[in-house]
Design a protein around this ligand. Sequence first.
Ligand code: TYM
Length: 354
Amino acid sequence: VRQNPLNPAGMTEQVTYTGPQRILSGIQPTGNLHLGNYLGALKKFTDLQAKGWEGLYCVVDLHAITFPQDPEALAGQTRQIAAAMLASGLDPDESTIFVQSSVRAHSELAWIFNCVTRMGWLEKMTQFKDKSGKDSERVSVGLFDYPVLQAADILIYKATHVPVGEDQKQHLELTRNIAARFNQQFNAPGFFPLPEGLIEGPGARIMSLKDGTKKMSKSDPAENSRINLIDDAATIARKIKKSKTDTLGDMPETVEQLDGRPEVANLVGIYAALAGQSDEQVLTEYGGKGFGTFKPALADLAVAQLSPITQEMRRLLDDPAEIDVALAKGAEKANALAEPIIEEVRRVVGFWQV
Ligand code: TYM
């Protein structure tokens, strides 16, 4: 029996889901992808693909329009994210790479989930509070409903595992709540799995290069706060060299000494995530050395990892036919999985069958 932290007193669910294990994750086509998106998401996707996981990866354009988007630009932004997925190493033959709005069942399941989700659950969502700011009366209803659609993205494929950055933890708890509530309300134990997040790892929360207490974010107006996937090598090196540190001296020798040094901890974490090492290993090599040694090493490592991806993204975007073929194939595969599941849902809910 597992308890859901969003509703500790309430629902429990006997874990009886016995279907196949499957991964789903999504990325919004808004703004430029940055190092946080790469380490928190894209890199994990390709690592999981290499381990043989069945994975579905979608560009979530339905989520993007929770804030107004330029209709002329949206398809281009969607293609950019798909290019980043392919360039990072996702293979359209092994994984399913697709656009959310190409699979209409996401929206249908989201509506059904709207009628299962309680207002009180959504009112607890910190991302909504952050994104709506002081003006929550004027943002779209879609922004409030955003996490319900995210639950539908995952459960329309009965996905069991969701690789994401730490900022998505609460949305995953909500997804489990919705799954458990649906199973209980419709007397369908084990119908939906209660998906697990795959969050752990040094890349789960990459912070701004200018403020170690703030997440690296697409929407930060300070361009130097993030490394974009499309930055060239010189820009990456410059941003790392200019990144904020502190006045507490050289690189610490131990992980404990990273306490109270959020900017330094972030740089060590970035190095660790890129190199596939632990923070300890990074400090074994660089502890006691100056930032004049560490920062150039980090810049070299970042450039070595990111520039092949950037180059491949540029190549794909120059002649996007390859991207479009991959997305068409992905839409077909995703629809083939989602259709029988939405049919089952319709039966469980009691909808009219034609
Ligand atoms: P989005 O588009 O904001 O971000 C895409 C992925 O990047 C991760 N991420 C980070 N990881 C580490 N450090 C950071 N600074 C950082 N910033 C972003 C995010 O955690 C995410 O994994 N709601 C989702 C999109 C979504 C989704 C889904 C995800 C829609 N449906 C279903 C998983 C499953 C979002 O806004 O991601």
